[in-house]
Design a protein around this ligand. Structure first.
Ligand SMILES: Nc1nc2c(c(=O)[nH]1)N[C@H]1C(S)=C(S)[C@@H](COP(=O)(O)O)O[C@H]1N2
Ligand SMILES: [Mo]
Length: 258
């Protein structure tokens, strides 16, 4: 048994080691794009660097058992997109729906729900935390996002995956919800494109036919009603440039680590 003091010392050494890794591995890239400079110049980036220094890159979000499932997984934000095309697709059980994967890729993809269901799947029971002050535990099944991205062959300079959704946020015809994550989260084993919740086809209220689960981040990052995943080198060209609906419009943090 290690003493509490020895354990604390070990933890500190680990944390400092991680910080060193962040700084050192950043060095080769910063000369190119100056991203490290940019990251350090914003409070946003600082919290991300600090968070990434303390949480090892492949840290897993906690997973739970069947007994922990919430009796009802509530819906938040959009619960039924006010979009004619979405409604037509939904009426037909999403048989004609396709996910587009494009942007900086060698092989743009168009995948049906059947295509996605035929791919390797992952099931995970996790807790969803919404900034509005509620949590729920749900069982999600879907395709690891990394597998889908690999199929599209991302170009080496790709840095972010942008998720374009079907739900207009200010009535029919208005701009739809969108979100983005970096490649580290995109290739994390628990980051999946979920088509099932609690062993049932994903309900419309929770993002049918496909939604993102990015388990180490807060609820608003988990884009529902996916239409398209666009790979980009910078978020500058995406709407307001801050990477998401809440980030651009309401000052939410882009990296919403839990
Ligand atoms: N397309 C889309 N995705 C979205 C939202 C939304 O309104 N539209 N709301 C977000 C927020 S704030 C939360 S907490 C979760 C809610 O997921 P749920 O409806 O399955 O509870 O979805 C996130 N993803
Ligand atoms: Mo949320």
């Amino acid at each position: 048994m290690k003493t509490a003091k020895a354990q604390r010392r070990l933890f500190l050494r680990g944390a400092l080691g991680a910080l060193g890794t962040v700084v050192i591995s950043g060095c080769d890239r910063l000369s190119e794009a100056g991203w490290f400079q940019h990251v350090l110049s914003t409070g946003e980036g600082l919290s991300r660097v600090a968070h990434r220094a303390l949480v090892p890159p492949h840290a897993m979000a906690q997973e739970f058992g069947e007994a922990d499932l919430s009796p009802h997984f509530r819906s938040n934000g959009t619960s039924n997109p006010e979009d004619a095309q979405y409604q037509t697709l939904a009426a037909n059980g999403f048989k004609d729906w396709k996910l587009t994967v494009d942007g900086l890729v060698e092989h743009p993809l168009q995948l049906s729900l059947a295509d996605l269901r035929a791919m390797p799947k992952r099931t995970q029971i996790t807790r969803h935390d919404c900034v509005e002050g509620w949590s729920a535990i749900g069982k999600w099944t879907g395709v690891p996002l990394g597998r889908v991205l690999e199929m599209a062959r991302p170009r080496p300079n790709v840095r972010y995956a942008v998720f374009h959704c079907a739900d207009p946020m200010d009535g029919p015809g208005s701009a739809a919800y969108y979100e983005s994550i970096d490649m580290e989260d995109a290739f994390h084993p628990q980051t999946i494109l979920a088509y099932a919740l609690n062993d049932q086809a994903l309900p419309v209220a929770n993002g049918a036919p496909l939604r993102l689960r990015v388990e180490r981040q807060l609820g608003y990052k988990h884009a529902k009603y996916l239409n398209r995943i666009e790979l980009v080198v910078s978020l500058d060209g995406i709407r307001g440039g801050k990477g998401g609906y809440w980030e651009d419009g309401y000052g939410y943090q882009w990296y919403a680590g839990i």
